[in-house]
Design a protein around this ligand. Sequence first.
Ligand code: MN
Ligand code: MN
Length: 462
Amino acid sequence: MDLIIKHGTIVTATDTYQADIAISGETITLIGHDLSGDATTRIIDARGRYLFPGGVDAHVHLDTPVMGTITADDYQSGTIAAACGGTTSIVDFCFQMPGQSLGDAIAGWHVRAAGKAAIDYGFHIVVADPTAAVLEELAGLPAQGITSFKLFMAYKDALMADDWTIIQVLEQARQSGALVMVHAENGDAAHLLQQRFLAAGQTGPKYHLLSRPPRIEAEAVARVITLAEFVGAPIFIVHMSCGEALDELVRGRARGVQVFAETCPHYLNTSVEDLDRPGFEGAKYCYSPPPRQKSDQEMLWHALANGTLQSVGSDHAPFNFVGQKELGCDDFTKIPSGAPGIEERLIMIYQGVHEGRLSINRFVELVSTAPARLFGLAPRKGSIAVGADADLVIWNPDATLELTPARLHQRVDYTINQGRHVRGLPEVVLLRGKVIVADRDYVGQIGSGQFLQRARFGQAMQ
Ligand code: MN
Ligand code: MN
């Protein structure tokens, strides 16, 4: 045995118990009481700490061109920030550029990550230019470990997929064992409202919010669930933001549709009021869907607790306020859409444990176990079990922090959680048996993250 973590409280999606964990190489090899090794075995004392499986963030954007600029984090800074926040696996979105083959897009994403990733990573493929050849290419991707296809119902004249495209991609996914993910907002309706506001000279950040009302999301959620129902394919809806859309999710599921969905920490912690901040500050809160009412935050917490929502992704899409968000200072439709959050995801959801909104086991399920299972990473990732990768977070439930950009590792000049006092922090993080974070700082080997060949939907990773 190379390492034994002693006296910690192990927390999985189902159980909480005290035991020691032994690690050989990259794998958990034994869980039991009073484990001991030999003279060469390293011991970590985790008394008074929780042991969680490493976080799995299935919704991040790194080194990605968006709206004429590029995300502030690349693979190195973004994965270091993820690690410092307790996340040991991500699934990033590989974007196909217009005219590009999926093969070329994927090759480009491998180059972005290689030698830089501090944690393990996989790719979803974004189908942006759905030619007949591209739709055929999809069939071959699961064999390369890319087992989820992403579509946008928003962003007219850019990424927006029409119903026939959605149906064809769902059918390809059904045949090849992939899971289709959707950004569900009606892009045509948002476009109309945007044009009206701009024509009236209403150009500030709050019109971003007003041009994307809840019904625009709810309509797209209802429609895509219906399309998945006709095709007979499972579907995953990303970043659900409001009660009106949750109602459609519940209805679809009651009809027997295999529909899964996530929300993101920003929908639990920001609201329409943040768009009324003075000056151009509201641009920090321009993401799509936009922040909603406080009452929606409550409904989302309930949906996380009661199983209506399966998973929490960060939707990390970082743009500096200075120089990037400012691109939209005269026109809200030019504000790069997104917010940072890869490092704060576990921390912000854990606050729900403190507040009595979630059990600690449900917390682990939402940030690790469920996304690992849905996206083909189980049983290697997402749990603490013999034979699983030794991806572990040693969590100090009593540590506190005031969140500021300077105290985070994300390479971006703001946080939407500015000034928030949080309790409960990752202290030590292990990736496949190696300590990569100690005292909230990255101490690992840059580039030690590995590409994850994900299993087909419903299957186990080899
Ligand atoms: Mn999106
Ligand atoms: Mn996204």
